[in-house]
Design a protein around this ligand. Structure first.
Ligand code: KIV
Ligand code: ZN
Length: 409
C-alpha cells in the first residue's frame, strides 16, 4: 500500500455526516502534562484500552521528542489494527520523517502537523510573516503526504488567529493535501459562542471545505473545553480531540468521557453519533489512573467516584422511588454503578434498603434502634460500610437478647 495514494481527501469525505470522530490524544497532549508521563509499556496498555473503547484515532506520541516516544509510537502502530494511529510533528523535515518512520507499520496512519498561526505566536514564537508561515505549512504537508495515509494540519492558537488569515492557510493546506483541518483553542481562551462563529466562518470561507473534516481541540484553562468542543460540533466539526479524564497541558484538554456522554445523553439535541463503546469509559479512566498513579477526582463528571453516588437522605429517598429523580445517565452505560453512600446525610429509607440488601429482617423497632447507633457512628466517620452495619446489627441483636433474658422470670 503506497501511503501517497491513500491520503486522499475523498476517503475522509465519504463517511462524514452524523458521525463525530473521536481523536484521542491522551498519549500525546495528555502525556505531556506534568505528572502524567507514561513509558512505552504504559502507553501500549492504554493504547489497547483505547482501541477497545472504540476511539477512531489514537495520537500515540511525538516521535521526534525522544527515542522512547518514537519506540512507543512504532509499537502501537505495529500492534493495533482498528484505529488510525497519528503521530505529531512540527512542520520541520526531521520531525516529519521521524513521524513517518514511526508510523510505517500502521494499517491506517496519520501525520499530525502543527504550526502557529496567531499574531502573537507568529511574532514572538516563530518570527515569521504571514506568507512565510503559509509556505512552511504547504511544504510540510507535501512532504508528510508521501509518508502516511493521511495528513492533518493544526493551526496552533487558531482561535486567536485572524479568521481571514486562518481561512487562507487552511485553504492552502487543503490544496497541499491535508484532509483534516484542526483549529485548536490552544490556550483555552474562547467561549462557546466564539468557537461556534469561528467554525461557521471556516466552513464558509475555506476553499475545498466540503472535502475535509474540521476538527476542534479545546483546552480547559477557563473550564470551557467540553462546552467549546460541543459548540464546535454543533457548528459542523466532525472530529474532536480529547483525552481520558481530561488530562493535558495546564488545566487539561476536553475530557473524552464528557463529550461522548453529552452527545449520547442529549442525542436529540446534537443528532450525532460516535463509535465509542460507552461501557468502557469507566474502566479506561481507571486504567489511566493506575498507569499514571494519579487518582481521578471524586467529583469528576462521568467517571469520578461521586458521579453516581448519593448520600443525602432526600436524594436517596428520591433514587429509591425513581432513579431518574437524580440521575440523567444510567451508570451501567459508562461501566459504573450507582452507590447509595451511607453517611451523616443519609436517612432511614436508605438504611432500611441497605439492611434488606444485606438480608436482615428489619421491623420498625429494629430500624429505630439501629438508625440511632448509625447516626452516632456517622458523627465519627465519613461513611458507614457494610461491615459497620453488620456490627451494628450484631450489637442490636445482642442487646435485644440480653434484654429478653433479663425480663424472663
Ligand atoms: O493545543 C494545541 O494547539 C496542540 C496542537 C499541537 C494541536 O496540542
Ligand atoms: Zn493541545
Amino acid at each position: 500500500m503506497n501511503p501517497a495514494n491513500q491520503g486522499s481527501t475523498e476517503s475522509v469525505e465519504s463517511d462524514v455526516g452524523g458521525r463525530v470522530r473521536i481523536f484521542d490524544t491522551t498519549l500525546r497532549d495528555g502525556e505531556q502534562a506534568p505528572g502524567f508521563s507514561m513509558d512505552r509499556r504504559a502507553k501500549l496498555r492504554m493504547a489497547h484500552a483505547l482501541e477497545a473503547l472504540g476511539v477512531d484515532i489514537i495520537e500515540a506520541g511525538f516521535p521526534q521528542a525522544s527515542p522512547d516516544d518514537f519506540a512507543a509510537v512504532a509499537e502501537i502502530a505495529r500492534t493495533l489494527t482498528t484505529p488510525t494511529i497519528a503521530a505529531l510533528a512540527r512542520c520541520q523535515p526531521a520531525d516529519i520523517d521521524s513521524a513517518g518512520k514511526a508510523l510505517q507499520g500502521a494499517r491506517h496512519s496519520r501525520i499530525h502537523l502543527f504550526l502557529s498561526t496567531s499574531p502573537l505566536h507568529r511574532e514572538h514564537k516563530l518570527g515569521k510573516s504571514k506568507q512565510e508561515v503559509i509556505d512552511i505549512a504547504a511544504t510540510a504537508i507535501l512532504r508528510a503526504k508521501a509518508l502516511a495515509h493521511e495528513v492533518e494540519f493544526s493551526a496552533e492558537d487558531a482561535l486567536r488567529t485572524e479568521p481571514d488569515y486562518l481561512a487562507e492557510i487552511f485553504s492552502v493546506a487543503v490544496e497541499a493535501g491535508a484532509c483534516v483541518l484542526n483549529a485548536p483553542d490552544t490556550v483555552g481562551y474562547v467561549t462557546p459562542q466564539e468557537i461556534t462563529e469561528m467554525f461557521a466562518y471556516l466552513r464558509k470561507h475555506v476553499r475545498g471545505a466540503d472535502r475535509v473534516v474540521f476538527s476542534a481541540h479545546c483546552h480547559d484553562d477557563l473550564g470551557m473545553a467540553t462546552a467549546n468542543s460541543l459548540a464546535a460540533i454543533s457548528a459542523g466539526a466532525r472530529q474532536v480531540e480529547c483525552t481520558i479524564n481530561g488530562i493535558g497541558e495546564r488545566a487539561g484538554n476536553a475530557a473524552l468521557e464528557e463529550i461522548v456522554m453529552a452527545l449520547h445523553t442529549r442525542r436529540p439535541l446534537f443528532k450525532v453519533d460516535t463509535g465509542i463503546v460507552t461501557e468502557r469509559l469507566f474502566p479506561t479512566s481507571r486504567l489511566l489512573a493506575e498507569v499514571t498513579n494519579q487518582a481521578v477526582p471524586r467529583n469528576k463528571a462521568i467517571v469520578g467516584d461521586n458521579a453516581f453516588a448519593h448520600e443525602s437522605g432526600i436524594h436517596q429517598h428520591g433514587m429509591l422511588k425513581h432513579r431518574g429523580t437524580y440521575e440523567i445517565m444510567r451508570p451501567q452505560d459508562v461501566g459504573a454503578k450507582t452507590s447509595l453512600v451511607l453517611g451523616k446525610h443519609s436517612g432511614r429509607h436508605a438504611l432500611r434498603q441497605r439492611l434488606v440488601e444485606l438480608e436482615y429482617q428489619v421491623d420498625e423497632a429494629t430500624l429505630d434502634a439501629v438508625f440511632d447507633s448509625f447516626k452516632t457512628l456517622t458523627d465519627k466517620q465519613r461513611s458507614v460500610t457494610n461491615d459497620d452495619l453488620c456490627s451494628l446489627m450484631a450489637m442490636h441483636q445482642n442487646n435485644t437478647a440480653t434484654a429478653a433474658v433479663a425480663l424472663s422470670p
